[in-house]
Design a protein around this ligand. Structure first.
Ligand code: AHR
Length: 495
């Protein structure tokens, strides 16, 4: 089958925010304990962080990591995780029914993020937490000194403020499963009051209010409008969360789930702009897609996990090759909304629905989804281009789905032009011709491919490279896209 991508350097969707390559670490399962932190591991550094994991994280060039939750944050008292470790309380943690030792808290995580080359995106507790707790935490993290909480931080060994810039006003507060679940009116009010005082403590911070926990929530739409009615002038971003899965065992349809993400983003942007119009505001609220990924493989096995364990194996999805193609399509969709989505967090980063896996006390390796995420993060920089993609479509799950999902990005400063493309066809190769209007001389740097004969192939500790990238056959302005494949064509543009 033939397909064509037309990209013109003059037609830009918008600047790609580096923060769309963010990720997420929650106190959940083995993300922290046995994941990023394991003092008894042979790879542990001076603070007990696993160096092997840090290396794999650094290779992703993740600029920001959301912390400490997720559902966990809605019952979390941040004071439990600071100061003398021997005095930190063990808690019955009600989001995931585990025991939280509090061995790692804000101070340690801030240091881990620094070692990973990332900023922290801190969530405050607006479930059981108060406006006071929220502003005290900003004071602890960002105030120079000479006040109760800033001096507490200094006594804990952190003389300089952490300078955390991006803050989430709670997590998924529309969900009945959330500790301290609220109506949109209740949440809108507390989010507004927390936002005000947090910014009074540090006017430089940026705030994310909670949108719906997923688009199928019965309150979706109304929730966003009501929350924005209360918070519009005090916040900078509205959150979106969504997870995808092949529950029906229908690969053709599953590969089209990025179209659902696309509609979700457009709907939330429209609601933000509706409230902007109603308020006659000059300000645009941007979108923070701060939880997205595939999540379905582990749901059955998690029902059997015994309660109240420390760091039980929860949400340990083993990702296969088709999941990597879906993650590739989702990344292209995020890039297509580069003008509006300014933060996105792959949920999560280590062991819990994660690209990086570890054995507690043992090996670490990367899952299939690691690769498309790494390629997008390394090469999807600069501006997203408004490309025309001409290709055939197929019908699955009641939708018309294009066989080729593709976008180009162009980084003016480095002259790097990159095309990302997924061929969704399960049996037909695609000959993709590339029409780079207005680019002048362009030469191919490399064509990277992720493919597998087996859609269900996965990487494991014993077979860590079962699915890994190889070299593709692009030449000049033409690229062969094998059936069911993820492709990255990198070009150098000469001035
Ligand atoms: O990422 C796992 C969980 O999914 C998060 O804790 C929650 O916010 C979402 O429902």
């Amino acid at each position: 089958m033939k397909a064509k991508l037309i990209a013109d350097r003059r037609f830009k969707i918008g600047a790609i925010s580096p923060y769309i390559y963010g990720s997420f670490i929650e106190h959940l399962g083995r993300a922290v304990y046995g994941g990023i932190y394991e003092p008894s591991h042979p790879e542990a550094d001076d603070m007990g962080f696993r160096r092997d994991v840090l290396d794999l994280v650094r290779r992703l060039r993740v600029p920001i990591v959301r912390y400490p939750g997720g559902n966990f944050v809605s019952g979390y008292n941040w004071m439990d995780g600071i100061g003398d470790r021997s005095k930190r309380p063990r808690r019955a943690e009600l989001a995931w029914f585990s025991t939280e030792t509090n061995e790692v808290g804000i101070d340690e995580f801030q240091e881990w993020a620094r070692r990973a080359g990332a900023e922290v995106m801190m969530a405050v507790n607006l479930g059981t937490g108060t406006v006071d707790d929220a502003r005290n935490l900003v004071e602890y993290c960002n105030f120079g000194g000479g006040t109760h909480y800033s001096d507490m931080r200094r006594r804990n060994g952190f003389e300089k403020p952490f300078g955390i810039k991006t803050w989430c006003l709670g997590n998924e507060m529309d969900g009945p499963w959330q500790i301290g679940h609220k109506t949109a009116e209740e949440y809108g009010r507390i989010a507004c009051e927390a936002a005000k005082v947090m910014k009074w403590v540090d006017p430089d911070i940026r705030l994310v209010a909670c949108g719906s926990s997923y688009p199928a929530m019965p309150t979706f739409g109304e929730w966003e409008a009501t929350v924005l009615k209360h918070t519009y002038e005090h916040i900078d971003y509205l959150s979106l969360h969504s997870y995808y899965g092949n529950d029906a065992g229908d690969t053709a349809s599953y590969l089209g789930c990025s179209l659902v993400m696309d509609e979700f983003i457009s709907s939330v942007a429209a609601i933000c702009d509706y409230v902007k119009a109603v308020k006659r505001s000059d300000k645009t609220v941007y979108l923070s897609f701060d939880e997205w990924n595939v999540w379905f493989h582990s749901k059955e096995q998690d029902k059997a996990v015994e309660k109240w364990q420390v760091a039980p194996p929860l949400l340990e999805d083993v990702y296969n090759f088709e999941d990597a193609l879906v993650v590739g399509c989702l990344l292209i969709t995020l890039l297509r909304h580069a003008d509006r989505v300014k933060i996105a967090c792959l949920a999560q980063l280590v062991n819990v629905i994660a690209p990086i896996m570890t054995e507690t006390g043992g090996r670490s390796w990367v899952q299939t989804i690691y690769y498309p995420f790494m390629h997008a993060s390394l090469y999807g920089r600069g501006a997203a281009l408004n490309c025309v993609v001409e290709c055939e479509s197929y019908t699955a799950g009641g939708r018309s789905i294009p066989y080729v999902e593709s976008i180009a990005t162009f980084d003016e400063s480095s002259g790097e032009l990159t095309v990302f493309a997924v061929n969704r066809s399960l049996d037909r190769p695609v000959e993709l011709s590339l029409d780079f209007s207005g680019f002048g001389e362009v030469s191919l740097v490399e064509h990277i491919v992720l493919s597998s004969d087996n859609m269900k192939a996965a990487n494991t500790a014993d077979a860590p490279n079962a699915v890994s990238p190889s070299k593709g056959g692009a030449e000049g302005a033409s690229a062969p896209l094998g059936p069911h494949s993820w492709n990255v064509m990198r070009y150098k543009v000469f001035p």
